[in-house]
Write a protein that binds this ligand. Structure first.
Ligand code: GTP
Ligand code: MG
Length: 350
């Protein structure tokens, strides 16, 4: 899913300025071609003006309504991510308010149109047009706070990672500062931000490997072993592990920016996701053999980790292809109107 293209949500004054300007252009165009009495001309000009104003505003509001995904239909990963940053109820209410304003503007426009058509006196025509401008402005001003909130929502969603669902996905997990991002860059060749202090990674970093299989690596923010009071940064890591990853690479660091016993406890918690876990020991370049053995667990070297990930990705890709082929076969059978009934009309036994 890709939320990068939701257009910027402007405030009500911006919409009004654009609409009124477009209205003036339409009115001038109508003035140059209008025929008949002064009354006919005036009606023609003002109708052209308000049609454009209404169309411009409603098109903008419609655009906002269409640009946002349905919050109820997001997949669990994005839905979880959205709730880390956004008050979903408020976002839904804001969209509902936009839809309401859109409908109201349509209604007041129709009223004004019919009044202008029926007007008997010249000054009344301008009066009705001004009244419409006033009502449209006040309706839009009423949703200004909603527009402002939706702009915040858009801005947050724009930063969401674009997860490729067709890629075998690996979540790199572990305590803060253990070397997860460094591992991502070693595996994928990408250059994300790496700093000496903990909690450098505030959102999900993505990297890719395409050697023999397509692999998507998600470098998750460092998490502490505190499931009850996770902050929104840590929650993202869990969402990626739970909903996106096929396997987890757990990074240990025996230089202990955090105690090894805590790192092992976190690993035990991650096992609850029921996903295969590969172990990697970081910073071996600055550790003696004895120091490395402090972990008392078998770990994979960078090279073997890479090989293991690619092997697992190949198996997963093959399974995926088989499942897709099965689905296609079923689709073709259904299209041809075939079923599993044999010639005698009985269903075959399986
Ligand atoms: N010598 C050495 N330093 C490393 C290695 N891996 C990471 N570091 C250093 O450890 C620090 C933290 O590395 P990161 O890769 O940012 O760690 P992280 O787990 O992503 O940290 P958070 O994003 O804060 O959770 C940085 O100063 C790195 O340069 C390694 O293999 N060898
Ligand atoms: Mg990091």
């Amino acid at each position: 899913m890709n939320f990068q293209f939701i257009p910027k949500i402007e405030n009500s004054q911006f919409f009004l300025d654009v609409a009124f300007k477009a209205g003036t252009t339409s009115a001038e165009r109508a003035r140059s071609v209008a025929r008949g009495t002064r009354m006919d001309k005036s009606k023609e000009i003002e109708l052209a003006r308000i049609v454009t104003v209404k169309k411009t505003i409603c098109k903008k509001l419609d655009g906002i309504l269409k640009a946002f995904p349905s919050f109820d239909q997001l997949n669990p990963f994005y839905s979880g991510l959205v709730s880390c940053y956004i008050d979903i109820m408020l976002a839904k209410k804001s969209l509902a308010a936009i839809a309401w304003a859109n409908g109201m503007i349509e209604r007041v426009f129709l009223q004004s149109m019919s009044r202008i058509k029926r007007a008997q006196e010249l000054p009344k025509i301008n009066g009705y047009r001004r009244a419409l401008y006033g009502r449209a402005s006040s309706l839009l001003k009423q949703i200004d706070d909603k527009l402002l909130y939706l702009e915040k929502v858009r801005y947050a969603m724009k930063g969401f990672p674009i997860i490729k669902e067709k890629y075998f996905t690996v979540a790199i997990a572990g305590f803060p500062n253990v070397g997860k991002t460094t591992l991502l860059s070693k595996l994928s060749g990408s250059t994300p931000e790496i700093k000496e202090y903990a909690f450098t990674t505030k959102s999900l970093n993505l990297g890719y490997m395409e050697e023999g299989a397509k692999v998507q690596l998600i470098d998750t923010p460092g998490t502490l072993n505190r499931f009850e009071k996770m902050n929104y940064i840590e929650k993202q890591a869990y969402l990626a592990i739970e909903h996106c990853a096929q396997i987890i690479v757990y990074v240990f660091d025996v230089t202990e920016p955090y105690p090894l016993s805590d790192q092992k406890k976190l690993l035990e918690e991650l096992k609850n996701f029921g996903k295969p876990i590969l172990f990697y020991l970081s910073k071996t370049d600055i550790l003696s053999k004895e120091e490395q053995q402090k972990l008392e667990m078998p770990v994979l070297s960078l090279e073997n980790l890479k090989k293991e990930v690619i092997e697992k990705a190949k198996v997963w890709e093959k399974e995926r292809e088989e499942i897709e082929a099965l689905a296609k076969e079923k689709e073709t059978t259904e299209e041809k109107g075939e079923n599993t009934v044999d010639e005698e009309g009985d269903y075959e036994d399986y």
